[in-house]
Design a protein around this ligand. Sequence first.
Ligand SMILES: [Zn+2]
Length: 396
Amino acid sequence: MAQRRRGTVRDLRRGNRAVLLRELYFSGPRSRQELSAATGLSQASVSNVTRELISEGIVAEVGSVDSEVGRPRVLLQVNPDYGYVVGVDVGETRVQVELFDLAMTEQAKADYPMDPARHPAPEVVAAILAGIDAVLADGGVPREAVLGVGIGVPGVVEQRPEVIVDAQTLGWDRVPLERLLRAGTDLPLLIDNGANTMGRAELWFGAGRGTQNLVVGLIGSGVGAAIISQGTADRGSSASAGEWGHTPVVVCGRTCRCGNVGCLEAYVGAEAMLERYAEAGGAVAAADQESALAALILEAGTAGTVGARIIDETIRYLGAAIGGLINLLNPERVILGGWAGLLLGETYLDAIRDAARRHSLRHPFATTSIELCTLGPDAVALGAATLPLEMFLNGE
Ligand SMILES: [Zn+2]
């Protein structure tokens, strides 16, 4: 009984510590009085926990503000140099490794180009391990100061009993990524789907700040999404939730990369948009998808062109798909990103909103907003680095 009671007291203290640390991290600098008001913890608890955090070097005093009565209030903030986190983006064309301090300011970065046609797991693992060594050396950070490494990968990431990655676009079939990396590092490793890490980056630092329920729709060559429910990624029963690109928008429609027909990705993915344009008689001049899509969007500015028709249809398919998300999930915000999503959204966001409105029920549409990602298409590594950061803030 006494043992259980001690356990409960310890859990309570750990809970208070996590609540205070999160409040300071996301809203700091703050005075002890403000912390007490914001968290509902007593002044005494705040004072005890902050004393502990200051003595451990996690929190620092960063000045003071005058108060209306009595002494000036000392402001507290999470010490950005207490530790560091590493974020890794495993993409089809490159492995990118970035080192951040706790304020998520980039300290160093390493890039390893990949042949888009082949991604053997041992080569990707070697690039990640080399990247971790390189950014620590560049940033002058000893490995003891690293709280963990977050890794965003394409495909489905099973967490248990060990991390297994199935990534069709990389040609990976049940790759035990964590076990392979363990041969070269003993740092804590956290692995998640890249769309989910991008979603977390937008939730914590971008267009999703201040919300709890959102969907981040990502359009690149293909189409994916991160569904964030009550502040955490909703992965479904076996970690494949968010495959928005493979929701049907046309029964008996175009063939998709996944082998089915009529998927959203077969209409609004950059590759599909360019294919539809070429089939309709449009001339795809540029060699790379990004310039070709930019040219198509430019042509669409002139009424009556093939480009105008293709973009108009694309917006209708996209609007139907966003409307479906709004009706199904009732999100506070829908955020559109990915390089192609941003390219399209910069010119056509209002038209996309209008198309989504036509396919949404009135009530859920009225309580949501449709915005563009603000962190750009390279936020996968930043989002991955929030995985060890969250572990730290939760006191794990
Ligand atoms: Zn599909």
